[in-house]
Design a protein around this ligand. Structure first.
Ligand SMILES: *[C@@H]1O[C@H](CO)[C@@H](O)[C@H](O)[C@H]1NC(C)=O
Ligand SMILES: *[C@@H]1O[C@H](CO)[C@@H](O)[C@H](O)[C@H]1NC(C)=O
Length: 401
């Protein structure tokens, strides 16, 4: 009954994508058909930090600087977390008399250029946020609709490296019309700026995002719960084939360290994001992260799966009740696997070679990425592991003969 229902929903989704790809792609702004975005960025999924999940609007320049300091002092920057991304609420509600965005005087008195200089001096990159509408989602600052070229120039002049572009309070025109205007403006502004489309997945941006941005949200906002996290990664999985170096599916930022999930659930969250080649944007207070949080987001072997040069998004390749097998190819003929327990009870899950793309008789060496151990046993045909409720195991499998 349940499986039949899930199959029904899945087929529905496929049908929906079929319809969308045959209609909207044809209706697109003709400019989208050209290779618009050529900024050379995002060869691997972006890594860094963003203020929204933990701080929402409670941000200021002191906290952003302290976060940059913490990324360096904790070693996170060295692991690849380079982007320091300011989300909503950084600007005054009114533009200046020339129509320029103005950093909020009470919270960013030194201005964004000074902050970019500070962050760049630490070897990091600064990200900022705007909206393809009249106001941003918080309604505390203007959006960039109608001011795209001016704002892109402003961002470039400040030394901005990354733009997250939201979808609130727009004029009702299609995102396929509004988003490319900012793409062109960024290209014209002359500074390579990572362009993150935050269109929430409404009009299936995976189908058109590759020419417009370096990443595209496939879902609405994540919340710090197991249900929200697992539902985001499932929605994101549908578009796995469309991710590639230069442009990535984005199931939203990490909640690891914000307190709403257990340690096993956060390990699952980080593992699923890594194998899905999702942006790894930390969403907690890194100035004050616990040892447990640091252990999870600092797992260099899991990060290496996310950043692997092959750039192929891993997919859910088998689902039976609470047992899920996620897998994706890596460089060097290796395969990354996540065995994910979606239910509350301790169970075994088996990765079969024919599900995960390994030749049937291959002898395989398995590296456990959370135990940091290469298993003594070698495997032929399948690998079975046991895990607790909501826990996962993550392996790199390497055929040795
Ligand atoms: C740091 O985290 C602890 C709990 O983990 C909390 O009690 C404390 O208020 C936090 N400090 C800051 C400055 O946020
Ligand atoms: C997992 O499989 C092993 C080996 O077949 C078995 O002994 C064990 O009871 C199983 N554990 C669970 C939780 O099903």
């Amino acid at each position: 009954m349940e499986r039949a229902f899930i199959n029904f929903v899945f087929c529905g989704l496929l049908l929906l994508i079929g319809c969308v790809s045959s209609t909207t792609v044809r209706d697109l702004d003709p400019l989208i058909r050209r290779d618009l975005l050529a900024n050379g960025l995002a060869n691997t999924p972006p890594m860094g930090w963003n203020s929204w999940n933990h701080f929402s609007c409670k941000i200021d320049e002191k906290m952003i600087k302290e976060t940059a300091d913490a990324l360096v002092s904790t070693g996170l920057a060295k692991l690849g977390y380079k982007y320091v991304n300011i989300d909503d609420c950084w600007a005054e509600i009114a533009r200046d008399d020339k129509g320029n965005l103005v950093p909020k005087k009470s919270t960013f008195p030194s201005g964004i250029k000074a902050l970019a200089d500070y962050v760049h001096n630490k070897g990091l990159k600064l990200g900022i946020y705007s909206d393809a509408g009249y106001f941003t989602c918080s309604q505390t600052m203007p959006g960039s609709l109608g001011h795209e070229e001016q704002d892109a120039k402003t961002f470039a002049s400040w030394g901005i490296d990354y733009l997250k572009y939201d979808n609130c309070f727009n004029d009702g025109s299609k995102p396929t019309v509004r988003y490319p205007v900012m793409t062109r403006a960024l290209m014209k502004a002359g500074r390579p700026i990572f362009f993150s489309l935050c269109e929430w997945g409404d009009l299936h941006p995976a189908l058109w995002g590759a020419k417009i941005g370096n990443s595209w949200r496939t879902t609405g906002d994540i919340a710090d719960t197991w249900e929200s996290m697992t539902s985001r990664i499932d929605m994101n999985d549908v578009y796995a084939e469309l991710a590639r170096p230069g442009g990535w599916n984005d199931p939203d930022m990490l909640e690891v360290g914000n307190g709403g999930m257990t340690k096993d659930e956060y390990i699952s969250h980080f593992s699923l994001w890594a194998i899905s080649k999702a942006p790894l944007l930390i969403g907690c207070d890194v100035r004050n992260a616990t040892k447990e949080t640091m252990q999870i987001i600092s797992n260099s072997e899991v990060i290496a799966v996310n950043q692997d040069a092959l750039g192929v998004q891993g997919k859910k390749v088998r689902m039976e009740g609470d047992q899920e097998v996620w897998a994706g190819p890596l460089s060097g003929y290796r395969v990354a696997v996540v065995l994910q327990n979606r239910g509350p009870h301790r169970i075994n899950i088996t990765a079969r070679w024919d599900d995960i793309g390994i030749p049937p008789n291959s002898v395989v060496e398995a590296r456990d990425l959370w135990l940091h151990k290469t298993l003594k046993k070698q495997f032929v045909g399948h690998l079975t592991a046991t895990m607790n409720g909501h826990a996962c195991k993550m392996f790199i499998l390497k055929p040795i003969s």
